[in-house]
Design a protein around this ligand. Structure first.
Ligand SMILES: NC(=O)c1ccc[n+]([C@@H]2O[C@H](COP(=O)([O-])OP(=O)(O)OC[C@H]3O[C@@H](n4cnc5c(N)ncnc54)[C@H](OP(=O)(O)O)[C@@H]3O)[C@@H](O)[C@H]2O)c1
Length: 236
């Protein structure tokens, strides 16, 4: 087994930004562990897929164990799995709350804990988490308290992890997207969603992928919340 090839774990890898991240990391010759509930198997021997609910610690245990068994280490974790439920605050159900906390918060916590435990063995590693610029700049007409509650916590936890591990070779960063053309948004909504950005259009999945790749190759960058949002977080 080559030890020079890096190993990345990507969550939410069955579609959208996660699936694009898998392709982009493969182009850079990383070995990839791809996980999501509905992720299919891969013909590529350097892509290992593990199906499961990221909120479940048992899934996380399987993902990290499989990464170590097959590829020997974990260099990068991309916490990309996430859900967005836009509802007026008083209309959120207990199920909405549990789902958002489960995927966005528990889905970050358990796998980040296990991945960093592996990174510590080599005194090197990088955690990148996909959050949202709604955290910094809420939008009238897009009720999003559960997104802010969960992803805002992830931005804060990213900075906290960055400081805790700064002298131990492990970096933590986040990418904060605007609204991105992914399967999350039906095509007929794109014009209206685009108008919510100062630049007047939505972002592409490649914008987020390129930001993740930049952060992964930036050894002096940690604790950064990189906004890739057409100006949303700057103002309106
Ligand atoms: N698109 C946007 O406008 C936008 C804006 C800001 C932030 N983001 C963030 O970017 C990330 C990727 O979003 P996207 O646009 O690519 O969304 P997407 O197309 O809906 O993909 C979401 C991914 O998360 C996975 N996922 C959802 N629930 C899961 C669970 N319980 N366990 C495991 N995996 C789960 C899905 O896979 P399965 O269904 O197969 O499990 C899927 O692979 C998310 O964190 C999202 O919050 C997106």
């Amino acid at each position: 087994m080559s030890t020079s090839q890096k190993v990345v774990v990507v969550t939410g890898a069955s579609q959208g930004i996660g699936a694009e991240l898998v392709k982009a990391f493969r182009k850079l010759d990383y070995r990839v562990v791809a996980t999501a509930r509905s992720v299919g198997s891969s013909d590529d021997p350097n892509v290992l897929t593990v199906a499961g609910d990221i909120a479940d610690p048992a899934t996380v245990q399987r993902v990290i164990a499989a990464a170590v068994e097959r590829f020997g280490r974990v260099d990068t974790l991309v916490n990309n799995a996430g859900i967005f439920i836009a509802k007026p605050f008083t209309q959120y159900s207990a199920e909405d709350y549990a789902a958002a906390i489960g995927v966005n918060v528990s889905g970050f916590f358990h796998i980040t804990q296990r991945a960093i435990a592996e990174m510590e063995k080599h005194a090197s590693g990088h955690v990148v988490t996909i959050t949202t610029s709604l955290v910094d700049h809420a939008i009238d007409g897009v009720p999003s308290v559960l997104a802010s509650l969960t992803k805002g916590g992830l931005n804060a936890a990213t900075k906290s992890l960055a400081i805790e591990y700064a002298k131990r070779g492990i970096r933590a960063n986040a990418v904060s997207p605007g609204i991105i053309k992914s399967p999350m948004h039906a095509e007929q909504t794109h014009a209206a969603l685009g108008a919510l950005h100062p630049m007047g259009h939505m972002g592409e999945m490649s914008d987020i992928v390129n930001a993740v790749l930049y952060l992964d190759a930036a050894p002096f960058v940690t604790g950064e919340i990189l906004h890739v949002d057409g100006g949303q977080s700057a103002g309106h």
